[in-house]
Design a binder for this molecule. Sequence first.
Ligand SMILES: Nc1ncnc2c1ncn2[C@@H]1O[C@H](COP(=O)(O)OP(=O)(O)O)[C@@H](O)[C@H]1O
Ligand SMILES: [Mg+2]
Length: 469
Amino acid sequence: MLGRQGLGMHGRWRGNDLHSLGSWTMETHLALPVTSAAPAHRGQVSRDLLIVASVTVAMFLFSVTFELREWLTEVTHPLELYQIDELPLTFAALSLSLAWFAWRRWRQAEVELRLRITAQRALVERETQYRALFMENLAGNALATLDGALLLCNPAMVQILGLRTGEEALSRNLGDFYADPEAWVQHREALAQGEKLDIPLLELRSANGRSAKVIARILARPAPGKVTELQVYFADITELHLTQKELADTLRENRLLSQEYLLVQEEERRNLAREMHDELGQCLNAIKLDAVSICALSKGVHPEIERSAAAVVEISSHVYAVVRGMMQRLRPAALDGLGLRDAVSDLVDQWRRRTTGVSYGFEADGDLSELDELTNITVYRLAQECLTNVAKHARATHVYVGITRSGPSQVRVSVRDNGCGMDLNAKRNGLGLVGLRERVEALQGRLELSAALGAGVHVTAWLPLTGRD
Ligand SMILES: Nc1ncnc2c1ncn2[C@@H]1O[C@H](COP(=O)(O)OP(=O)(O)O)[C@@H](O)[C@H]1O
Ligand SMILES: [Mg+2]
């Protein structure tokens, strides 16, 4: 009976097509008489006891019929000398002892059987759980030989590999699904050396021709006394990958658009500044000169005209100064005339003249003479906005501006003050810093803001000079 109790568990998956994957169910067949074992066992014992009782009764009837004991006495009488006539009772005692012995062994066997059944049932349950975990996993799980021949695939793996059923996988090799066969050769060699492979991006060619991208983990599991098997885990990231690519493309397009927009904006500002200088500036100059000559002509003759003309001179000078400031902000002439280093130095000087009680430090390292237009204007605007912010918000006593060309491929701009600082987590309404970040990111650079209340603000930007889209 125990021969039937081997753990003959084998799961079978039902499912006809990919669409029914979600509703696959597992049938677990157990060739283990787990629940019926004890009653069957007892039934046999009762039958055996019945046979014993029947034999005993039959023997009794046989003895009564043929006067067996009298016959035995007669036969054994001549051997009285050897006490042979005492043997029947001795045999009777032996029979009782054997019955007791058999009963004890039976009880022991029953306890053992019960323990084994419990242990086997737990084992089967655990196997069922693990199998369910393996099969129901949303990621693809598979077992394969060291050469890649697939032995078992869960439904998710079947779907990733573009197969119709798990059975179909059994005739396939994992290497067949690699988009790059060279990669499979390398992976197989590494696995044969016992390496565990964690592959962040593996391209597969599914059976249905679909290109799939997966994150993969493959490892060889040596089992003592058994052939080494491969455990394969795939997580399908095709959609994610596509989305990431689309996102990256959109970002690149946005960056190009921003760059273009910034260039157009700067060009427009330059034109405006030129127009203001050529038209407005000239007109204001002419008005001022005319007013000066009216002032000179009316001097001592028409005091009222002289006063009005002097007022016109003053106002036109003021308007000219305002226009000059606007022109300067629209397009820093120094940037075209002097180059980046001197233009920023000039900017710092302007703030030095404008503010009292604040010391300014300026440093420029490396060759800044041949940077492209967008980098030049971005560095300049960054310094301009940060210095304006310091004057507007910081109440600082020291400001430092640094521009460093670190190697051929990067420029670092840094503006630091020792003012009141700011809470970086607080909501800000201004557009200055946001605009700066946009400018820097349009050039694929990075802007970092470090600040704390009472500890000043430090703005750093890294701008790449090469490798831009
Ligand atoms: N150097 C600085 N020191 C203290 N606070 C600053 C500094 N720079 C910026 N801030 C804070 O950050 C906010 C946002 O700045 P910004 O974006 O340039 O906008 P705006 O200057 O128009 O207010 C400012 O309102 C100010 O509170
Ligand atoms: Mg600002």
